[in-house]
Design a protein around this ligand. Sequence first.
Ligand code: AMP
Ligand code: MG
Length: 404
Amino acid sequence: MITFTQALENIKKTSQCLSQVKDTELHQALNRFAGSDIYAPISMPPLPNSAMDGYAINATDWSAEKSFEISVVCAAGEPPKQIINNQAARIFTGAIIPKGANAVIPQELAAEQNGKITFHQTVEKNQFIRFIGEDFKQGDKLLSQGERINYAEILLLANAGISTLPTYQPLRIALLATGDEIIPLGTLWEAGKIFDSNRPCLQSILSQWGAEISFTKVIKDSYEDTKSTLLEAAQLCDIIITTGGVSVGDKDYIKPVLQEIGELTTWRVNIKPGKPIALGKVNDTPFIGLPGNPVSALSTLLLLARPLIQKAQGANQQHIDISPWKIRANFTYKTVERQDFLRARLVLPSNQELSQASIEIFDKQHSHIVSSIRWADGLVSIPANTTIQPNDLVEYFSFQQLIR
Ligand code: AMP
Ligand code: MG
């Protein structure tokens, strides 16, 4: 039996990128990982422009009594124009500041007199001007290789005028449930059967991670079905994920099949939920065998398989590594030999002060209780052989961190 930390280290050390980099249109890059560092081809803003509808003048030319002749109109989208002393430009938001001007006066503060314009309030140089490169400068690194592309990254790249970029292609995943008792959703229920809850749940997370489920089925508890399905999956996919069938029961065929057609590197991890997790290969295709219980399958996917899958997808170390938050417990709990990951919730005090937050745990922590996942917003880690008292600091991983 190995510890969680050892298992995680092994996984991080041995996993590698399995995805190819291809040029991708920006709108299709959502949830992918950047295939290279991306630099800004232009500065933003690219030229100084007006933050207001109003008038542009030279601030040193201003006095409260002085009236200005409006010599030019500057609208957004037009090329740069010019003014000289005693002149003002009528200007609109986003328009380039004309040569000779260095301040914008909002139109509410301007007064018109005999076709000329006066500004009674003090005008400061640079007021209401958006400057070149205020947001980012030409050549700035906008994205690092292996960074997840989300809505904010799409906004940033679009703002820089980047329409295509190299991204890691979606990983093709085989997602397989096992068990004679497991029936796919949409099948008529009969006594003795249970609905497959693992594939729909895991598929939704894997899709959010940008992977494609290219092959999926429920494997019967038989040596032959397990073997032929795993061989087919290895042909079609970059990674194989199974749930169930990795214990040591008579009907658990993953282990003996893998010993015949592949290899098994890690077997038992000292955590609850999810002790039986198998890592290995079928031919050259990485294999992850998650436990069957839905809570265990989900927890081990997030805690142990995530680094392997995301590394395979091209994620960089920064994306993969997550640090738990240290928060005060408001529960009592005792572990024995195994490290427990409890379904937990972050509770804010009535003043919403994060520093005074505490952690609650669900009252039923058995690995078949799926409502615990629905109730929780994360997992709290309790080391083996530890007693937690209220106010002790515990390590909390939010689902948001784990599913990003
Ligand atoms: P196993 O690891 O195959 O012994 O499965 C452990 C427990 O998880 C058993 O109670 C199974 O019925 C249950 N289980 C396995 N696979 C699934 C699944 N896909 N959906 C729901 N429950 C499952
Ligand atoms: Mg089973």
